[in-house]
Design a binder for this molecule. Structure first.
Ligand SMILES: [Zn+2]
Length: 475
């Protein structure tokens, strides 16, 4: 993996244009791109304010439409500049170093990597590049096979030797020498708390009132989830504990955003909000990508790889995981070409919802706390829509028995009004409690057993009373 120092600043405009011409761009277009990049006025922000305008010429402007192309066409010369470097993936697929704008990665044997290294050095000599060799910059990594002994790779650039690393952040994903997703998952776990707190802050009921639940869920689904699941659909080698960690990430986010106790059952939240597990979310993304790759025109590398994996029936590979997921949600992945994108996505959604319903039902049968959930369909429950976050949290606490009542949390405490043990069942039937509560608030005592809203009011009042009682005791 090579890190080009200030890549865009060092690109040599005319050299990039020559490369473009060689790749078949017409003179007129080359001239046009030259015009667009010929002159620029730059202003530099310094601690003492902005500088005057400075005129510069012949630069590759970053952030323009043609910027990435100009850069790519030049960086990809790493495959031509010196020695040929070809890694054979399968007899049909041979790859060179992969280039993504200013990111260069060589994949293959020790010998292959050393060729890439020598080519990088040549890029420095002939194309004005500088490759950083500092920590986290350019490195090589050995994927552990457990069979072959490790060898040292010798690469030198102008700044010195390129060192080995055990993990590397490449295009936003952490890869490691074990070839697992572990490091990436760890990264997400360390970030989720901050993200969830921010969503809660933006969507707080003090600011957004009855829209707060919708605002928070929108932020979560449309910004947090895509950010944390970015690229996960391409990973293989997931271990059970990686998935468990990912579910913990989602559980933590929901508890923070809705101020729910730490012991709140995960499946209780999933069922009320109609949310999928992380495993299912990634499954859906993987199935969508699979449809996209198989049905795409042309000869993109990923398509060639997948078709090779299908043809050679490899035992471990991305396609094999698609096949396994397909079996799990009961679809025939070999029929993917018969569906349009929309049809395919809708079918996957439906199948996953069915699975969620089934698993949810199993959890309800196992967990006493979830006995209050009766929904058949896995979808966001009506009471959570168009309502403030606080109200939703309270109703949810009633439904999944998360109120701070002794029995609910497995603690032994006495009823507020009598000597009996404080269980949900007792306080709901305790005559003394009822008497006090009806004196304090307006409540339909007859319907509290069947009506979640009335029951919630009852619990809130009970908790308030108990808190006052406890305060008095401490005074
Ligand atoms: Zn009582």
């Amino acid at each position: 993996m090579a890190d080009a120092e200030k890549c865009f600043d060092k690109l040599w405009l005319k050299d990039c244009l020559v490369d473009m011409k060689e790749e078949g761009l017409r003179d007129k277009e080359v001239a046009l791109i030259y015009e667009l990049n010929k002159k620029a006025n730059i202003v530099i922000e310094t601690p003492a304010g902005k500088t005057k305008e400075i005129k510069v010429s012949d630069i590759v402007k970053q952030g323009t439409v043609f910027g990435p192309q100009l850069c790519c066409i030049n960086t990809s010369k790493v495959n031509e500049i010196n020695e040929k470097n070809i890694t054979v993936i399968t007899p049909k697929i041979k790859i060179e170093a992969l280039v993504y704008v200013d990111d260069i990665i060589g994949i293959g044997s020790k010998e292959n990597i050393e060729i890439v290294g020598r080519n990088l050095a040549e890029m420095e000599k002939r194309k004005k590049y500088t490759f950083n060799n500092g920590n986290g910059k350019s490195h090589y990594m050995m994927i552990k096979t457990g069979v072959e002994p490790e060898e040292e790779v010798g690469i030198k650039v102008e700044k010195g030797k390129i060192e080995k690393t055990v993990e590397y952040k490449y295009l936003g994903n952490w890869i490691n020498e074990k070839g697992t997703v572990e490091r990436q998952v760890k990264e997400i776990r360390s970030k989720i708390k901050g993200m969830a707190l921010e969503a809660k802050r933006i969507g707080h009921e003090k600011k957004t009132g009855n829209m707060s639940t919708d605002v928070i869920i929108s932020i979560y689904e449309k910004t947090i989830i895509p950010a944390i699941l970015y690229n996960f659909e391409v990973w293989t080698n997931w271990r059970k504990k990686d998935w468990e960690e990912m579910e913990k990430v989602q559980a933590e986010a929901l508890k923070i955003m809705f101020d729910l106790p730490i012991s709140t059952p995960y499946w209780g939240m999933l069922a009320e909000f109609g949310i999928w597990t992380m495993r299912k979310r990634v499954m859906y993304k993987k199935m969508s990508l699979y449809h996209n790759i198989i049905n795409s025109k042309g000869n993109r590398l990923s398509k060639q790889v997948i078709e090779e994996q299908i043809r050679t029936k490899v035992e471990n590979g991305w396609y094999k995981e698609v096949e396994r997921d397909g079996e799990e949600i009961e679809i025939d992945v070999t029929k993917v070409k018969e569906y349009t994108k929309e049809q395919w996505k809708n079918m996957i959604k439906e199948k996953i919802n069915k699975m969620m319903e089934k698993e949810s039902k199993e959890k309800r049968q196992k967990m006493k706390k979830l006995a209050g959930q009766r929904q058949q369909k896995h979808e966001r429950q009506m009471y959570t829509i168009g309502r403030s976050r606080k109200e939703v949290t309270n109703l949810l606490k009633t439904k999944i028995q998360m109120w701070d009542i002794g029995g609910n949390l497995g603690a032994k405490r006495k009823c507020y009004a009598c000597e009996m043990e404080e269980t949900e069942n007792h306080i709901m039937n305790c005559k003394k409690v009822k008497e006090i509560i009806t004196r304090n608030i307006e409540i339909d005592i007859l319907s509290i057993k069947t009506n979640v809203e009335e029951k919630t009011k009852f619990f809130i009042e009970y908790i308030n009373m108990r808190e006052k009682q406890e305060k008095k005791k401490t005074i």
